[in-house]
Design a protein around this ligand. Structure first.
Ligand code: ZN
Length: 438
């Protein structure tokens, strides 16, 4: 990302999907100075600004993907049609062969896919996160990047994971768009010491914790056999749960566990595509979690288990699933789905005052969505939120800004040459796909 503030920008006469407290949709200008919205609505001064004609576009807050493994882009389709155990078996084999260079190449492709899909912020869990951080910085996204932490005897990382995480935190502290954090992988590979070590490290560095929780019944059952407790109850008992944490999946929770997450202010990343594809068999209790006061965001998980990084797809699927499951079409309304993909995701990251809506003072992370695209017809203001939640195609997302800086213009990636990103990732895929049998 280039240094210094981006030049002033006005998007003129656009349809503004503000996501402000009143959830206003209005027609007017937005002005951006020093990377932040300085005016929303009305007629803005053009002085010193680049002016973009917005009358055929909606200005939509950048999506916040709250669970991803972006560097896995070259692994899309490598382990389809198997459940989590078989999936992880293949993935661990491939992971053991990965180099920092191919993690970076993969991350570039993944970040590019997200930006082209209107996602401006993402929460990631992987190892060699320095490579992911460099890719994120180069392409201009906002990355919340968790260094995967597991027991030293269970990892393919060259150093003890907690040491690796500590180094990563210190190398990227204070970066404007990369937030380094600590990511214990899950109860199946993390002992009590590992969980508490991760918590201590995050606390010391005043950063977030991100982890997988209760994704499958087997994981819950085996943990219960080992410890006599369900995962969330056990994490509470060892003194792990607390604010500033995002648990991914949370499919198999009891009412008691929902209460624990609410009391400890733990956020949940709901990943419906991944759960369905891996046949997790259940559905995260999103309605109950939200009713209990737990913040819930949407996550794509990786392209090996989704197989897309599209937040539009995730909104659509989440809405349909919960309605059908509960025989109640009124749950997770279009507006709530857009909230999960924007403001609520920002809240999970503790950044709801900074990103997630089009409001004066917030960072200018947004997309221009084509109102003349077939999937947005009729482009009526009262239907725009519905179209975003249920109908819009990724192809309608024309241009994307992060912190007032353009990262996609007319569907062209600006931070890198897509052809180079693509061919590098194809080359990495050649090696990685060959290693899955070995
Ligand atoms: Zn995951």
């Amino acid at each position: 990302m280039p240094a210094g503030n981006p030049p002033p920008l006005v998007i003129a006469e656009a349809l503004l999907v503000t996501q402000d407290p009143a959830r206003r949709v209005l027609r007017g200008d937005v002005r951006i100075d020093s990377g932040r919205f300085s005016q929303v609505g009305g007629h803005a001064s053009r002085e010193g600004a680049e002016v973009v004609d917005g009358h055929r576009f909606a200005v939509v807050p950048g999506f916040v993907n709250t669970h991803a493994h972006v560097a896995m882009a070259p692994l899309r389709g490598i382990a389809d049609d198997v459940e989590l155990d078989g999936f992880l078996g293949t993935l661990f084999k491939v992971d053991a062969k990965r180099t920092e260079a191919d993690v970076e190449v993969g991350a570039r492709a993944g970040v590019a896919e997200m930006l082209l899909g209107g996602t401006t912020s993402f929460l990631d869990l992987y190892y060699a996160e320095d490579a992911v951080a460099r890719a994120t910085d180069k392409l201009g996204a906002r990355g919340f990047l968790g260094w995967a932490v597991l027991d030293p005897d269970k990892t393919t990382q060259p150093r003890p994971p907690l040491e690796g995480a500590a180094g990563f935190l210190s190398r990227w502290a204070g970066h404007p768009t990369v937030t380094p954090l600590v990511a214990p992988q899950g109860v199946y590979v993390c002992s009590r010491e590992t969980w508490l070590g991760a918590r201590e490290l995050a606390e010391k560095n005043d950063t977030l914790l991100h982890y997988h929780l209760s994704e499958t019944r087997r994981e819950v059952h085996e943990h219960e056999e080992r410890t006599g407790r369900r995962p969330a109850v056990w994490l509470e008992e060892i003194g792990f749960l607390g604010p500033g944490q995002v648990a991914a999946h949370a499919v198999w929770l009891t009412g008691e566990e929902i209460g624990l997450l609410a009391r400890r202010k733990v956020g949940v990343a709901h990943c419906p595509s991944s759960n369905l594809k891996l046949a997790s068999g259940g559905l995260a209790p999103v309605v109950e979690l939200r009713a209990a006061g737990v913040s819930v965001g949407l996550g794509t998980d990786s392209v090996a288990s989704n197989n897309s990084l599209s937040m539009l797809r995730e909104m659509h699927l989440a809405g349909l699933l919960h309605k059908n499951q509960r025989w109640d079409a009124s749950v997770l309304r279009a507006q709530e789905l857009l909230d999960l993909a924007t403001l609520e995701g920002a809240r999970l990251l503790g950044r709801e005052k900074e990103i997630g809506s089009i409001e004066v003072g917030k960072a200018a992370d947004f997309s221009l969505v084509r109102l003349d695209h077939p999937t947005l017809l009729p482009a009526r203001p009262e239907a725009i939120v519905s179209h975003l939640a249920y109908a819009a195609s990724e192809e309608a997302i024309a241009s994307v800004w992060v912190g007032g800086r353009p990262v996609v213009r007319d569907r062209v990636l600006l931070g890198a040459d897509w052809e180079k990103v693509r061919s590098d990732a194809e080359l990495a895929a050649d090696t990685l796909w060959a290693s899955r049998a070995g």
